[in-house]
Design a binder for this molecule. Structure first.
Ligand code: 13P
Ligand code: SF4
Length: 312
């Protein structure tokens, strides 16, 4: 038996998971103690694919609401619980389906490409989903030169730069956390850590992306850093990743620095280990079961299925 309080809660969660036939998912931006009790950790799409393949009938998502919705869309027969119901994503919730339907009506010859970081409702009016790792490949494959990319104009600009032959319409949307980092922040970090490689997420602005040595999704950044010969890294995505990389790299001697204190996503931090315990035990007042009306779930699924068909 572990003798610290965190360890004891983790052990209780592990017992209850088996007893109640529950699978726990944790997005990579969650705390270390939550990642340690998760059956799967990673990006939102990887987690929803993993959830669809497990035998458990109940899935607890430690992450934000759109991620729990994506799990529910791909596994409608499962009970999907969002561990902390207040965990939203300002980017995913930025545009309503009605607003985008209006824009779409003005651009009838455009394919509407939605970052997976969108609500289920918004996906119902989009043609195809993408993740930050599949966006470039999927947009390249779409049989249309006119692309309306939403909601993130920074990820959209990054995709556009790789596919200059296509015509893009971008909206004023994005992740407020990644978008807050400035080119000046990168320069200041490079002064502090002159030998470090700069790895950034494409949700950062084009000015920040231009100063990076590597640009990629959260998983891409992690893989790159762990397999690189370099020994110091400035991490331009949610700050938990610098910490997780430091643990994962063990005694390799590698050092990971968060690019900016602005890279802290409050929505990813509201879920706590005691709340996960409350959810897995089925206590009243813990977690929220995701309910999507059948029409929304079916239409949103078409958008995700197209991504899967493109190999995304
Ligand atoms: P990825 O994990 O797909 O890189 O997404 C980043 C993000 O901001 C998730 O909220
Ligand atoms: Fe949303 Fe950005 Fe937080 Fe990810 S980091 S959950 S995109 S606000």
């Amino acid at each position: 038996m572990k003798n610290n309080q965190i360890g004891q809660i983790q052990e209780r969660i592990a017992e209850l998971k088996k007893e109640h036939d529950v699978c726990i998912l944790a997005h990579s931006y969650q705390s270390r103690e939550i990642l340690e009790i998760a059956d799967f950790s990673g990006d939102s799409y990887m987690l929803s694919k993993a959830a669809a393949a497990v035998s458990q009938k109940t899935v607890i998502m430690c992450g934000v609401r759109f991620m729990a919705e994506t799990v529910k869309i791909l596994s409608p027969e499962k009970r999907v619980i969002l561990a902390n119901p207040t965990a939203g994503c300002p980017m995913a919730e930025q545009f309503s389906a009605e607003y985008i339907a209006g824009i779409k009506a003005q651009l009838p010859d455009y394919s509407v490409v939605a970052y997976i970081n969108t609500t289920a409702a918004l996906k119902t009016v989009c043609d195809v989903c993408v993740t930050s790792s599949s966006a470039v490949d999927i947009v390249r494959c779409i049989d249309n030169d006119k692309i309306l990319f939403l909601p993130d104009c920074n990820l959209g600009a990054y995709v556009q730069a790789q596919i200059p032959e296509k015509q893009f319409k971008l909206l004023e949307g994005g992740c407020p956390i990644h978008a807050a980092v400035t080119a000046e922040d990168v320069r200041a970090a490079k002064v502090l850590y002159p030998d470090a490689a700069v790895l950034v997420h494409p949700e950062c602005t084009p000015e920040v992306v231009a100063l990076a040595d590597y640009v990629g999704s959260t998983s891409g950044i992690m893989e790159f850093a762990l397999s690189s010969d370099k020994s110091e890294f400035i991490i331009g995505t949610e700050m938990s990743i610098a910490e997780h990389l430091q643990y994962s790299s063990g005694d390799s001697g590698k050092r990971f620095y968060s690019l900016s204190h602005k890279l802290l996503c409050p929505d990813m931090k509201v879920t706590t280990l005691p709340e996960v315990l409350g959810c897995v035990r089925g206590d009243a007042g813990y977690g929220e079961e995701i309910a999507l009306d059948a029409d929304t779930a079916a239409k949103a699924r078409v958008c995700i299925d197209k991504m899967i068909a493109y190999g995304g």
